[in-house]
Design a protein around this ligand. Structure first.
Ligand code: GLA
Length: 362
């Protein structure tokens, strides 16, 4: 081989080595320039969703949503009070806007929520004279509400949070003493699932709650669901809200909980995920900086959560974040009004945070 040919071969080999090294490094760790979205990194695991308001569906937030998520939940506008403000008046505009956007962009949609103790209009519980309504009247109204709402979004909404937060947080009581419960007893829960199934037999019907990793509350939820299943009530899934924080849940609590819920044989979805940077009980309104320590704790917690969720991919079918980015989260006003929180994977400028890269490059 002549000197010139030897040089050519050496150069070709070096180029090939460099090329292979580069290809390997991008395969192992994707960078911020990456064009894949969150949903693509998890396509072999579960659907990634996000809760939105109508305002999020235009401008840069819309681009972020379409790139990163495959499913939408209405943050508020499908709840009973906004969508059915008076007995004889439905207000469909905002919910239609989100449902039409989901349809136009081929996104899945979760319906949230048909029965809840909050954001439920007072008219449900009073008769025409202003006296407390009877159980018969309340259930009749509930059936009508569910038929209208579920019927309207049939074919767009594939899963409904039928009943939200019916279980009490205390160790003493099983059911939360809501207006629904006070008037109807626990029967309103089974009835709501039956009405939803009548309205859309193809929809997956979920019971949804928070603090689902607390062993006492967990047992109450599981017993309630077992009872519903024994009665033949059409319930298909349990929604773990996932309003978590840097201090809750622990890996052990999370694994044990998913194990227990999985034994029910229902689908499991994480329906409202966010990770507060404040540990529970930290309520100082002035201490709200996203310090490097807080950032690291949040990264560790997100990594733990997604390690566990990935391990349980055979039972978990979807993970939905509650809000799009740190620009605006309900946690900016809860539990401390006006205290900024940073609970999501995208920062206040809509850019992926370190936690994002850590969970996709696992
Ligand atoms: C609960 C509800 C949601 C939402 C959040 C906080 O988890 O299910 O609809 O209201 O609280 O905003």
């Amino acid at each position: 081989m002549g000197i010139r040919n030897r040089y050519r071969t050496m150069i070709a080999l070096t180029v090939q080595l460099l090329f292979t090294a580069c290809a390997k490094s991008t395969a192992a760790t994707d960078s911020p320039q990456q064009s894949k979205g969150l949903k693509d990194y998890f396509s072999d695991y579960f659907t990634m969703g996000v809760a939105v308001s109508p305002a999020a569906l235009s401008g840069p937030e819309s681009d972020l949503i379409l790139k990163n998520f495959g499913s939408l939940t209405c943050e508020n506008v499908m709840k009973p009070a906004p969508i059915h403000p008076d007995e004889n008046r439905y207000s469909w505009t905002n919910a239609d806007l989100i449902a039409n956007y989901a349809k136009a962009n081929k996104l899945k949609m979760r319906g949230h929520t048909l029965v809840w103790h909050r954001q439920s209009p007072a008219w449900f519980f009073k008769d025409e004279q202003g006296n407390p309504a009877t159980k018969e009247l309340v259930l009749k109204r509930l059936r009508e509400h569910i038929h209208q709402v579920v019927g309207r979004y049939k074919g767009v909404v594939y899963a409904w949070d039928v009943v939200n937060e019916a279980i009490d947080d205390s160790d003493q009581k099983t059911y939360r003493e809501t207006d629904w419960y006070k008037i109807c007893g626990p029967e309103y829960i089974a009835s709501a699932f039956r009405y939803a199934h009548e309205a859309d037999p193809d929809a997956l019907l979920f019971y949804n709650d928070y603090n689902t990793e607390n062993p006492v509350k967990r047992e109450k939820i599981i017993n309630m669901i077992k009872g519903l299943l024994d009665e033949g009530v059409p319930i298909h899934g349990i929604g773990l809200q996932g309003h978590w924080s840097v201090s809750y849940p622990s890996e052990k609590q999370l694994r044990e909980s998913i194990d227990q819920y999985a034994k029910l044989g229902l689908k499991i979805q994480v329906t409202e995920l966010d990770v507060s940077v404040y540990p529970s009980g930290h309520n100082n309104p002035d201490d709200d900086a996203f310090t490097p320590e807080r950032e690291q704790k949040q990264i560790d917690q997100y990594k733990m959560i997604f390690r566990v969720l990935r391990d349980y991919r055979s039972v978990i079918s979807a993970v939905t974040f509650w809000n799009v980015s740190d620009k605006s989260s309900w946690l900016d006003n809860y539990p401390v009004p006006g205290r900024k929180n940073y609970p999501l994977l995208f920062d206040t400028n809509l850019q992926p945070k370190k936690a994002f890269w850590e969970i996709v490059n696992w």
